[in-house]
Design a binder for this molecule. Structure first.
Ligand code: MG
Length: 375
């Protein structure tokens, strides 16, 4: 495949560290397009549709789910990658896969499962995303998982504690050597933050859990809101919100592109290896970083800790805790493929099963196991 015009420090088919299991080069598409395509066809990817981002999937049809979140991340990351002449297929693959390891019920689910797993090596969603693409997907004749390229796997493993990194081989090395991942991975990481800060504002307003008045204390929001109201006096509230959010995304993305181009220049990056040795390059300017943090902390206080979200979190903790306890007590309650995994490591098998559940599957499974009047 002819490589599009990439910058010399971009990841490409010429400098990739390849796949764990050798495969012939794809015809008619690039290696990273193949990764992206495998992710889209995976079971874990389809499950994202029914996994909570902030709001439980069945609370409303218009809130973001992990699937629409991941698509928004990919959209933002691709725009940035294209402008910087980086590998757009790779950022798309990383973006679409970055949340594959998430439990049902958002962060509450992840915390609950981590608590259940504390004596068995813990649970961490980044590591789980890697486990999904490396081990858990059962689709191909020649290997477990999706056998993705090193750079896609490296991008999926956004964070990792040193004790876990040491067990992961090459893909964990950078956490031990204090090196950076590719620019494509760095972009997907910040595109994630841009996406959720903005769509959580939109979902938060739509749900009525936060109000425009409250958000007027957040500078990034207030500046753009004022602009919209100044330019369009008679606009409906829904359009005011969307116009404000899209301007915020634009400000964040433009700032990130400018600052990153500046860092690439001043650090004199020439190769992918330079990227790995340099400090983080993909970044907001100092000024916008402060504004973005302000928005993030607003959402923490007013949305993620809203009593209605907390109630959902409490229920999620109970469901995850109950399911984990029941399967740990008797692994014969697990579906057969997880019973096999349980022969090697019962806790990890239970955690894999529970983490893979969608919100509604977890609720149904809980009912099947605990409600005497049913089934
Ligand atoms: Mg995410």
């Amino acid at each position: 495949m002819g490589t599009p015009e990439f910058a010399p420090y971009a990841v490409s088919e010429h400098n990739t560290r390849g796949r764990l299991v050798h495969e012939d080069a794809p015809s008619g598409r690039s290696e990273f397009q193949r990764d992206r395509d495998r992710i889209i066809h995976s079971t874990a990817f389809r499950r994202l549709e029914y996994k909570t981002q902030v709001f439980v999937n069945h609370e409303g049809d218009l809130f973001r789910t992990r699937l629409t979140h991941s698509i928004e991340v990919a959209q933002i990351a691709r725009s940035i990658a294209r402008r910087l002449k980086l590998n757009e297929d790779l950022v798309e693959a990383i973006s679409l896969a970055h949340d594959l390891g998430h439990t049902p019920f958002g962060h509450a689910g992840q915390e609950a499962l981590n608590t259940c797993m504390k004596d068995y090596g813990g649970f961490e969603h980044n590591l789980q995303s890697l486990r999904v693409v490396d081990v858990l997907e059962e689709r191909y004749a020649a290997f477990d998982g999706l056998n993705l390229c090193f750079e896609t796997r490296e991008g999926i493993l956004k964070h990792c504690a040193p004790e876990n990194a040491a067990k992961l081989g090459a893909v964990g090395e950078r956490f031990l050597k204090q090196q950076r991942p590719s620019l494509e991975a760095q972009i997907a990481n910040l595109a994630d933050e841009i996406a959720y800060n903005n769509h959580d504002v939109d979902d938060g307003l739509r749900s009525g859990l936060i109000t425009l008045e409250q958000l007027s204390t957040v500078r990034l929001f207030a500046q753009h809101l004022e602009q919209v109201r100044h330019n369009h006096a008679q606009l409906s509230e829904r359009r005011v919100i969307h116009e404000t959010v899209r301007r915020m995304i634009n400000t964040l993305v433009s700032d990130l592109m400018r600052e990153t181009e500046h860092n690439i220049r001043t650090q004199g990056l020439k190769t992918l290896d330079d990227v790995r040795q340099a400090p983080p390059v993909v970044a907001f300017s100092a000024e916008v970083k402060v504004l973005s943090r302000e928005l993030k902390s607003f959402l923490h206080t007013h949305l993620y800790r809203h009593y209605r979200v907390m109630r959902m979190s409490a229920k999620a903790r109970r469901i995850i805790g109950d399911l984990f306890g029941a399967f740990m007590e008797d692994e014969r309650l697990l579906p057969p493929q997880f019973q096999h995994l349980a022969e090697v490591d019962r806790a990890r098998a239970v955690s894999d099963y529970v983490a893979g559940m969608t919100d509604r599957y977890a609720i149904r499974e809980h009912r099947r196991l605990f409600a005497v009047e049913e089934e």
